[in-house]
Design a protein around this ligand. Structure first.
Ligand code: ATP
Ligand code: MG
Length: 353
């Protein structure tokens, strides 16, 4: 049977990139899953602290993320929704995997570089472009914790955006290497190498700098649309989106990143479009930039208004805190039970049971 796992950091309200690249896919997988499929969605707070966080803001963001997951349509009756830090086995398996994780491989990962605004060729083994004090061990070893998150549940499928594909490859190699070393003759693998599922909206770009991905941690709030933004705010943000001064609209990610991003966003917001792609592009071709942005804003508002409504409903409950705490408690309990099974086998294989 399939096991689907994915995570999201509580570093702010999810944006359009998270929604189209990950969350919408999670809901679809959940709603179409066979009865014997296990689904786990984790709010990965231990990953969030690899970057400096204000403790009060983090506590608030955790709640908001849980409410956001419920609002987009993740059902706690069907899927296991939990905070990573509620399951100590994540950190335990991470340590065990760390003992087999190659520094060289980790140094080639690009995420720690982009979080520190370093060039892609920066290396901690050649310290010249890297401030050694700024590169913390936790940020560097982030992919090992992520591998532990996934491997802990014998996960078969991981739906993520393109920025995470590299980490998934790393997780697979760790699993294969681990099995080879500690359970070469096992009938079923000790750790399951997971498959990556990329949604078609694999990389939604920033509205203000369309050459980089939309991110929760981008300091420019206008760079992203939040799933809770009002119609008015959505329109304002699209209005200030960066496009170009070329007449007409055409899809070309290289030479027209801003316009192409708007087209991609519209396309992915609305599943119906794919069928009549060509006709639909014709309609957009002649629009002024102003109308293009307005069309995009309308479409995004339409696609998000139910999510926004459900979010407000959850946060507006008198017992919102208790409701969220109870949901998290139940999810944590279910996750710990599954995690313990894998950790038990791993400890035994290592001789530390
Ligand atoms: P942060 O800036 O704090 O890293 P983030 O916006 O990158 O936040 P994450 O919590 O790191 O969000 O990622 C959650 C999921 O959203 C992952 O599966 C990731 O691949 C996906 N994702 C993030 N940004 C985008 C994007 N711009 N387009 C498509 N998918 C995205
Ligand atoms: Mg990220």
């Amino acid at each position: 049977p399939k096991v689907i796992f994915s995570g999201i950091q509580p570093t702010g309200i999810p944006h359009l990139g998270n929604y189209l690249g990950a969350l919408k896919q999670w809901v679809k997988l959940q709603d179409e899953a066979a009865p014997d499929t296990t689904l786990l969605f984790s709010i990965v707070d231990l990953h969030a602290i690899t970057i400096k966080q204000d403790p009060k803001a983090l506590a608030k963001w955790k709640k908001e993320m849980l409410a956001s997951l419920y609002a987009v349509g993740i059902k706690k009756e069907r899927s296991i929704v939990f905070f990573q830090s509620a399951v100590p086995q994540h950190a335990e398996l991470m340590w065990i995997l760390s003992c087999n994780a190659s520094m060289g491989y980790l140094s080639r990962m690009t995420q720690w570089k982009s979080k520190l605004a370093l060039p892609d060729n920066a290396s901690p083994l050649d310290p010249s472009p890297v401030s050694k004090a700024a590169l913390k061990l936790g940020l560097f070893s982030y992919p090992v914790l992520q591998a532990a998150d996934i491997l802990l549940y014998q996960t078969t499928h991981v739906p993520v955006g393109e920025d995470q594909a590299q980490h998934l490859e790393f997780a697979r190699e760790l699993a294969v290497g681990f099995n080879h070393m500690f359970a070469p003759d096992a009938k079923s693998p000790l750790l399951v190498p997971p498959q990556t599922i990329l949604s078609s909206a694999k990389r939604v770009m920033s509205l203000t700098t369309p050459t980089k991905k939309m991110s929760k941690s981008d300091p420019e709030p206008k760079s992203r649309i939040l799933i809770t933004d009002s119609n008015e705010v959505i329109h304002k943000k699209f209005k200030s989106a960066l496009t170009d001064s070329i007449d007409g609209n055409a899809y070309d990610r290289e030479s027209r990143p801003g316009v192409s991003n708007l087209i991609d966003i519209m396309r992915h917001m609305d599943e119906d479009i794919t069928g009549s792609d060509k006709e639909w592009m014709k309609e957009l071709e002649g629009l002024s930039k102003r109308s293009l942005k307005e069309t995009a804003a309308d479409r995004v508002n339409n696609g998000l208004k139910d999510v926004r409504g459900r979010y407000e409903e959850i946060m507006g409950r008198k017992d919102a805190d208790e409701f969220l705490e109870e949901g998290a408690r139940q999810g944590g309990e279910k996750a710990r039970k599954l995690a313990q099974q894998t950790i038990g086998k791993v400890r035994e294989a290592l001789g530390i049971a």
